[in-house]
Design a protein around this ligand. Sequence first.
Ligand code: U5P
Length: 283
Amino acid sequence: MYSSTILSYRRTDVLMVTPWFAPIVWDGTYNIDILNAQFHQRNVRVGLTVFAIKKYTVFLQRFIETAEKFFMVGHKVNYYVFTDRPNDIGNISLPEGRKVVILEVPSYKRWQEVSMRRMEMIRDYSQQRFIHEVDFLVCVDVDMRFSDEVGVEILGDVFGTLHPGFYAASRDRFTYERRKQSTAYIPPDEGDFYYAGGYFGGTVPEVYKLTNYCHNEMLTDKRNGIEAIWHDESYLNKYFLYHKPTKILSPEYLWDNGYAVPQFLKRRRFVAVPKNHNEIRNK
Ligand code: U5P
């Protein structure tokens, strides 16, 4: 049973709502029993997209094992694994209501291109396939592990996640694209938050719109011989500036243990797996 005092779902140490009235999801601000009942009533189906291209296949097993423990437990989940190496991925059998779907896709030489092309592939599969199979998409990096609950509290029309390196930084420190020649350009006096490229989602039509926008802007830049400073993350930040997310996930949902843990961070639900960038990205 949950507390009947509505004021108990309040935090005073963190921002709980944006100036456009989107909730920011922190531990202690929601009641998961109420939310689970709502989403069970709708028989919600969730797609978790993840890319394991080239050497990044090594991260997949731990990713799925930990997700089975913590991600949307009790709900229907399709893991959509985009890979160029389907043979490297063994048969993964999961309990009823949950399954792994392997999607064979091309790989690109440069890691920046691999990262950016995710937008195009999520867009294309959203239209062809995901729209028929799931209600919401959650799109994340693979070099991660779940270490605490991530449930339906994250779901909404379109959501982004506060980057763990910038949640407390002032706007002038955000690493937005600052060159006017790029479509990802954000003027110095604009921008709300710095969102992470490795965690966004929403309903399938909303994710389609987001990924279509980011991919097209990236192609325009490519034609003009420019690539945004932080690749897909820069285009995502531009999208969210003018199409505000309806929900924002706190850094509880995307953490890196390389950062000092602030007092108000009560849970670390999804954390980066340390990697040797050079070794894993460039081969
Ligand atoms: N990625 C790959 N293979 C690569 C580079 C990147 O699959 O060679 C995907 C992974 O899903 C990774 C994400 O988590 O792009 C973002 O790249 P990174 O910034 O984690 O290296």
